[in-house]
Design a protein around this ligand. Sequence first.
Ligand code: SF4
Ligand code: SF4
Length: 91
Amino acid sequence: MKPRRAPPLPHIDPARCTGCGWCVAVCPPHVLSLLPQPDHTKTSVLHDVGGCTGCSLCETRCPFQAITMRAATPQPGPVVPGPGPSLGTTA
Ligand code: SF4
Ligand code: SF4
């Protein structure tokens, strides 16, 4: 069994994000939200990293190229012993 590879995650550039909300609207598991900023603007944030499927719909939909999908930090997987050497088939 191969260790599970974590899906890529959206990286949101706050300097490019206008807070338009399109990414929030298209995200199937609803793990993006708009966070109010001190200057009364809003910025998209990924509030549930574990719920993101890595589908990249948010990246595709963003009109301002504020989202880039990036490889997530690899998760340590369980150590699973391999099948061992093949003993061949018996008749
Ligand atoms: S679609 Fe892009 S610009 Fe609009 S809120 Fe999302 S990241 Fe920000
Ligand atoms: S990659 Fe998909 S699941 Fe993850 S935040 Fe973007 S739209 Fe939502």
